[in-house]
Design a protein around this ligand. Structure first.
Ligand code: TMP
Length: 405
């Protein structure tokens, strides 16, 4: 039995997604070296209800120098982060000594606007290639994993921060105790820790099991973040539902007693209780829905294959590693996946080894069906690829249920 990374109580497994590769380990097609795999099993803590993986992948394996993900590939996400930066500049970062740190700053999409406004900032990320892109945007960077020692060093060199912000990063960090210890050293007395990550409530409501993969160690809820913050001497003071990435929550955490919690916190905690979000029966029902979703998707792809239809994947997302490897979808069912990321093109997907091609390959010629792995970018992609439908193509989606449109 695994122990909870927050409170050390037992973690009960409720969903086994089988052996999985690293979700961002795209290989060259002729690479025959053994592929690292691990058991992707999700559980819920008996005591604090934090949903978490039972097996941790060493961070150095996942977040390498050549981490192949760039925030700026999505126009919608770029707009989201520009709006986030504007909000910080408007509401929080006032005065000459204002200072913001972004943990997991990736290519600097958010901090670019902060840098342009002349506000003190620092982007921290372990992956050096994306940091080079951040620096080219005028962003100050530091190549490091964020933990207590990093935070102490930053505080000693740059002083205390008004805001520590992180998007799609904190759920990647199993050692939250060390993160909070670092925040204690780094935040001003009334400073805030603001982070946004996929929301358990949306994952369960949409059966979006592909939000579960090596890098997503935690699947947060208002209740579990509230408890975790209090364990580490902090307090959840605000929550905001976000429509990006298939449904996220932005959590604002402050030192205990430093700021009054907003009504939104009590409301979301109450909503989670009303729908029994953390109840074992709810999580078991989610696991059953995941298995049914897999069977429906594989059934559809096999049928299309029998009928001689062509199917191509759209978006070689980290999420798609869970889908392809859990469902057993290989290049026999999905000929290739197109993706805008140059570092993924010419390689094969983790585990399933489906070739990744540039987006131009999509129309050359159009397939009969496109399996939308990047479903969280559906509006942006469907608008961009409107000619596919005009040419008679159909999109296959599997969130919240398998459907063709
Ligand atoms: P994400 O779901 O983690 O943001 O990953 C999105 C992936 O999809 C990333 O590899 C880039 C790719 N992508 C495209 O290929 N075309 C697009 O239009 C968008 C928005 C993303």
């Amino acid at each position: 039995m695994a122990s909870c990374r927050i409170c050390s109580a037992d973690v009960q497994p409720f969903l086994d997604l089988g052996r999985q590769p690293l979700s961002d380990a795209f290989r060259l097609p002729d690479d025959t070296s053994p592929e690292f795999t691990f058991d992707l099993v999700v559980g819920s803590c008996d005591s604090c209800r934090m949903v978490q993986l039972l097996h941790e992948v060493p961070r150095e394996r996942m977040f390498r120098a050549d981490y192949p993900f760039s925030t700026s590939t999505s126009a919608r996400m770029s707009a989201h982060f520009r709006a986030t930066a504007d909000q910080f500049l408007r509401e929080t970062l006032h005065g000459g000594d204002a200072f913001i740190i972004e943990v997991g700053c990736n290519d600097g999409t958010m901090l670019e606007s902060i840098a342009a406004a002349g506000v003190r900032h620092l982007g921290v990320d372990p992956s050096s290639d994306v940091l080079a892109a951040a620096r080219s945007r005028g962003v100050q960077t530091e190549a490091a994993f964020f933990e207590a020692s990093t935070a102490k060093d930053i505080a000693a060199e740059h002083g205390l921060a008004d805001v520590v912000y992180a998007a799609n990063t904190i759920c990647h960090i199993p050692y939250l105790d060390s993160v909070f210890e670092g925040l204690d050293h780094l935040l001003k007395p009334d400073g805030v820790f603001v982070f946004e990550d996929p929301y358990l409530g949306d994952v369960v409501a949409k059966t979006s099991f592909d939000q579960i993969y090596d890098e997503h160690f935690f699947l947060f809820s208002a209740r579990s973040v509230q408890t975790a913050a209090s364990v580490f001497g902090f307090e959840l003071v605000d929550v905001e539902r976000l429509g990006v990435h298939g449904g996220e929550v932005r959590y604002t955490v402050a030192r205990s007693g430093a700021r009054p919690p907003s009504v939104a916190v009590a409301d979301l905690v109450a909503e989670e209780a009303a729908r029994d979000l953390h109840a074992p029966a709810t999580l078991d029902a989610f696991a059953a829905a995941v298995a049914a979703n897999r069977d429906a998707l594989v059934g559809l792809l096999r049928l299309l294959k029998q009928e001689g239809r062509t199917v191509v994947g759209y978006g070689a997302t980290a999420k798609s590693a869970t889908v392809t490897n859990y469902c057993g979808i290989d290049r026999d069912l999905v000929t290739f996946v197109c993706d805008t990321t140059p570092e993924k093109q010419g390689r094969v997907t983790p585990g399933a080894h489906i070739p990744v091609r540039p987006p131009e390959a999509f129309a050359d010629p159009y397939p009969d069906y496109a399996l939308l792995f990047a479903w969280n970018h559906a509006d942006e992609i469907m608008a961009k690829e409107s000619r596919f439908r005009d040419a008679g193509g159909r999109w296959i989606r599997y969130v919240p249920i398998v459907h063709v449109d």
